[in-house]
Design a protein around this ligand. Sequence first.
Ligand SMILES: [Zn+2]
Length: 339
Amino acid sequence: MQGKNLMDNRDQERKEFDWIWSMNCPNKMKSLLWLTHHGRLSTSPYLNSIGLNIHPNCHTCGHPKKDVEHIFFNCPKAVEFWEAILDNNTTCHKLDKSSLTKDTMQEIWQSTGSKQYNSILPWNALLPQCFWAIWLQRNTNLFNKKKDSTSLANTMNQAIEYHLIIKTNSRPIRTQQTIHVKWEPTAVGRFKLNTDGAVKYTPSPGGLRGVIRNRNGDWKLGFMSKEPQVDPILAELRALKQGLIMAIHHNLMPLDINSDSTEFIKYLTHNNHPYSNLTLECRSLMEKLGATVPTYIFREQNRVADKLSKEGLNCTSFGQLVFWIVPPMFAKKLGWADI
Ligand SMILES: [Zn+2]
C-alpha cells in the first residue's frame, strides 16, 4: 500500500511539474525553475535551513530576506529588468508586472503560451531565459562584488539564438554512421572511474552507480544506490561525488574519470548554476585524487556503469549504498565485453 502511495505521489509530482519539464529551453533553466518551486534553490534562507551560516541580506539592495520572491521579482535589480522586458514587448500580448510572483509563474507560463512577445520570440521562449539571466547576474555580482544590472540585450540575444536553433533543428536530417567503440584503458599506474546516473523521468527516483578499474580493466570497486528525487544532472553529480569518496577511501589514485553526459561535464566546469555547491565539492575531491575534468565517452563505452545505475534504480531502499568488491554477475559479462 505504501509502495502504491509512493507511485501515486511520483505520478502526481510529474504531472504537477510537467509544465516545467516540457519547456523549450536548456535543461539548466528547467532545473532552476524546478528547484525554485521546491524551495531548494541555493538562496540564503535555504542554505541557512540546512545549517550553513549565510548572511541573509541581499548583497544588491541590503533587503533582510533574500528569498526566491525577492531575488526574482522584488529586488530593485529584478524590477528594473522586468520593466525593460515589458517595455520592449511589441505585440498586443501584454503581461501585467504586478502579476509576476513565484506562485503565478505556472499561470503566466500557460496564459502567455506560444503568444508572440515580438516579431521573433514567443513569450515561452523568453521567460525561462529571463529567470536564468537574473540568477546568473546575481551570482556573477556576488562572486565579483559588483552590482551590475541584468542585460536585456544579452538575454534577448540568447533567447533568440536558442529559439532559432531549436526551430532550425526541429526536423533534422539524420545520416547514420557506424562507429565501433569500447572501454578505453587508462595510462599505466592510473585508475579509471566510470560513473552514471539513471533517471526515468525528470525529476524522479534515480539510480547512481560507479566502477573503478585499473589499466587492464580489472575491477577494483563498484557501488550503486537509489535516490528519492533527482533530475539527470543531480544524479550524475551525486554519482561522481560518491565515486570520488570511494576512490579516496581506498587510495585508488591518480584517477581518470569518464562520463557519457556532455551536459554533466559542462556543469562540472562552470559555477553559475543551481548545483554549484555540489560541483565545488566534487572539484575539491578531484584535486585530492589528481583527477582532471571527466572525459566524454559514448554510452556504449560506459556499459558496466550504465547497467549498475539501472540496477541501482531497482534497489528496494532509498539511500541504501551497495558496494561491490568483485563484479556482480550482471556486470561481469559486460565487463569482459568492455575490454
Ligand atoms: Zn535585493
